[in-house]
Design a protein around this ligand. Sequence first.
Ligand SMILES: C[S@@+](CC[C@H](N)C(=O)[O-])C[C@H]1O[C@@H](n2cnc3c(N)ncnc32)[C@H](O)[C@@H]1O
Length: 267
Amino acid sequence: MSTVGGQTGSAVINGELWGERARDWAELQEGNRRPDFDVCLRRTGIGHGSEVLDLGCGAGGFCRLAGGAGARVTGIDAAAGMVDIARERVPDGRFDVGDIQFLPYDDRSFDVVTGFHSLPFAADPLAALRHAARVARPGGSLFIVIFGREDRNQLAGVLRAIRSLLPSQHSSAPGPTALSGPGVLDNLLTRAGVATVESGNVEKAYEYPTLDTALRAIRSAGLTLLAERTAGDAALTDAIASALAPYRTAGGGYRLEVESRYILGTP
Ligand SMILES: C[S@@+](CC[C@H](N)C(=O)[O-])C[C@H]1O[C@@H](n2cnc3c(N)ncnc32)[C@H](O)[C@@H]1O
């Protein structure tokens, strides 16, 4: 599958990692993000005829919902495996393999530009936000979602366990919580020329019926795959299972409370 626009090293690496287990992501992990998607639909007013761009669209879960609300959807993701699934699920959408740091779209061409847990993986998130502001129409919306405060994110221990297994040159690589510190995303948006309209939190639970399902879901993520390649299957399984243990339910599944933070802005 060909790639549109330019690409940085971080997008090439992320594309390869996130593409490998894209079907597990789509089937077992993406559904835990549904509350983020629903809040976005409500707060942006996406509806019939809206032109929507989703940055780091993954397997197209949000685009499917936005398309269902009547929007014309475009998604871009570095992982060809993700984009294949998005195209299957949303045949009317446009999906590109590319880098959110080099958006290949015309200025002022979208009413709403969204990014769900994708900006923190960019080596240069400011470049991605500047492009997002460029392709949004004046008076349009940017809706960016990231993980919220660490003390309100029960996945934090799992993420720390995975990070501890990464090779040293990747131990500080951009990852899921890179923009979650106080004011970090707000500051980047201001520098990208985006005015905040509102911000808020989305409370949700990540739920897995069995340990096997939890492991497959968590192991579909890019950084986790890198940890697996470095430390091996057994060490990774042990690390994730130990970090999940406090969240085991009486029924033998797992339930972790996770808070996301969103910012709705306008260029
Ligand atoms: C945590 S997943 C989120 C996927 C989707 N937004 C969702 O919520 O289901 C992060 C996604 O960002 C993509 N990604 C990471 N860095 C990227 C980059 N520089 N350009 C485009 N996509 C990127 C990955 O391939 C992956 O699909």
